[in-house]
Design a protein around this ligand. Structure first.
Ligand code: FES
Length: 99
């Protein structure tokens, strides 16, 4: 069943620099933890190489940087399911200085 929530997408960069930083495991973690209401997408370079693995949540355009596989559960539960971005993990370049 598709509804408005199904437009939610999690882009996980799988380009070279992010892969070197462990993006494949981050992608796998999102795929395992996310429900059918979230589309997990292996993305090409998001233009933020060196701060990865980079993750971009659409459509609200919330960026996460340097995500570790074990942190994916926090993003999934607090943000994707709970609607509250995980402030401490946000990408500061785009979201200012997180608490
Ligand atoms: S390789 Fe991931 S942002 Fe460029």
């Amino acid at each position: 069943m598709q509804n408005i929530e199904s437009s939610r997408r999690v882009l996980v960069c799988q380009n070279r620099t992010c892969r070197k930083q462990g993006a494949a495991k981050v992608l796998t973690a999102f795929q395992q933890l996310s429900g059918s209401e979230v589309a997990v997408v292996a993305s090409s370079c998001l233009g933020q190489c060196g701060s990865g693995p980079m993750v971009l949540v659409m459509p609200e355009q919330v960026w996460y940087s340097g995500i570790r596989p074990e942190e994916v559960v926090s993003v999934t539960e607090q943000h994707l399911q709970g609607g509250k971005p995980v402030k401490a993990m946000l990408y500061r370049k785009f979201h200012g200085s997180a608490n």
